[in-house]
Design a protein around this ligand. Structure first.
Ligand SMILES: C[S@@+](CC[C@H](N)C(=O)[O-])C[C@H]1O[C@@H](n2cnc3c(N)ncnc32)[C@H](O)[C@@H]1O
Length: 265
C-alpha cells in the first residue's frame, strides 16, 4: 500500500479535524462545505430511490454525506445482520434496517457524537429503534464481535482513514465467512499532489485521502476478500469547490465496490 498518513499530520489531530468537520455538518447542514450533502444530492447524483427516502426522517437525510450508494451494489436479505462502520446520521443504516426486515438487525458505528445523536433520534422517529443499534467507536477498532455480521456497508469514509489496511482487516474480522462488503468511496486517477494530501480540510472532505482504483483491489485481496468488482461510478463532486480545487484532470469521482470475505481471512 502506497498511501500513508501524510507528512505533517498526526492521526489524533486528523481525527479531531474530521470530528469537527462532521459536527459542523450536523449543526449547519446548509453551510459551506467542499462536498454535497442531503436528500436531493442523494437522489440526483447517486441514484437513491425517492420513494425509499420518503420513509427516512429529515434529520438523518439532511446530514447525509456519503459519496456513492452501497445499497445499489447488492440486495440485502431478510434476516441479514448489517453493519455500517461509520454511519454518520444513519441514512443508509435506516434504509438497510427496513430491507432486512423484522428478523434482521442494523448496527451503526460512528466516532462523532453529534452524528450518533441524529442517528438514534432518526431511528426512533422512523419506528426502527428495535432493530437499530448505534454504537460509539472507530472503524479501526470496531465495537463488534468477530464473525457476527452478514454485510458491511461503507459510504464515503475509507478515504478518511490514515491506515486503510487496518480498516479492511477490521471489516474482515467482523464479517462471517462469505459475508459481503458493499463500499462506496472516492477515487482518483493519479496520485494526488502533496499540497492536496496535506490540506486537512480536503482530507476531511473525503478528497485528500482518496485512493486510486487498483488500491481498492489490493486492499481487499490483502485482507482475504474475493470476488472484488466495481459496480457503479458517480460524479459525486459535480459543481463543488473540491472539484474546482483539485482540478478535473484527476477525474475525481466515486465508485461502488463489492467484495466477499473468503472462507479463511
Ligand atoms: C463523509 S461522512 C459519511 C457518513 C455516512 N456514511 C453517510 O453516508 O452519510 C463521514 C463520517 O465518518 C465518521 N468517521 C470518520 N472517521 C471515523 C472513524 N475512524 N471511525 C468511525 N467513524 C468515523 C465521521 O464521524 C462522519 O460521521
Amino acid at each position: 500500500m502506497a498511501l500513508h498518513c501524510p507528512v505533517n499530520f498526526d492521526a489524533a489531530n486528523l481525527r479531531r479535524q474530521i470530528e469537527s468537520m462532521y459536527t459542523r455538518v450536523v449543526e449547519q447542514p446548509d453551510g459551506e462545505f467542499h462536498f454535497h450533502r442531503g436528500e436531493r444530492y442523494a437522489i440526483d447524483l447517486l441514484g437513491y430511490s425517492a420513494a425509499e427516502l420518503e420513509k427516512v426522517p429529515e434529520l438523518s437525510k439532511s446530514c447525509f454525506a456519503g459519496v456513492g450508494n452501497p445499497l445499489l451494489i447488492d440486495i440485502l436479505l431478510p434476516g441479514d445482520v448489517v453493519l455500517d462502520h461509520a454511519c454518520g446520521a444513519g441514512m443508509d443504516l435506516l434504509l438497510a434496517a427496513r430491507k432486512v426486515g423484522p428478523s434482521g438487525y442494523a448496527i451503526g458505528v460512528d466516532m462523532t457524537p453529534a452524528m450518533r445523536t441524529r442517528a438514534v433520534m432518526a431511528s426512533q422517529l422512523a419506528g426502527l429503534s428495535h432493530r437499530v443499534d448505534i454504537r460509539d467507536g472507530v472503524y479501526e477498532e470496531l465495537p463488534v464481535e468477530d464473525a457476527s455480521v452478514d454485510v458491511v456497508i461503507s459510504n464515503g469514509v475509507l478515504n478518511l482513514a490514515p491506515d486503510k489496511s487496518r480498516v479492511f482487516r477490521e471489516i474482515a474480522r467482523v464479517l462471517k465467512p462469505g459475508g459481503r462488503l458493499l463500499l462506496a468511496d472516492v477515487v482518483v486517477q493519479r496520485e494526488l499532489r502533496n499540497e492536496v494530501r496535506q490540506n486537512p480540510d480536503l482530507w476531511a472532505a473525503c478528497v485528500g485521502g482518496a485512493l486510486q482504483e487498483a488500491e481498492f483491489f489490493e486492499l481487499a485481496r490483502s485482507a482475504g476478500f474475493t470476488h472484488a468488482r466495481i459496480s457503479h461510478r458517480f460524479n459525486c463532486f459535480r459543481g463543488t469547490s473540491a472539484e474546482r480545487k483539485v482540478s478535473r484532470d484527476l477525474f475525481l469521482h466515486s465508485l461502488n465496490f463489492f467484495a466477499r470475505k473468503g472462507a479463511v481471512c
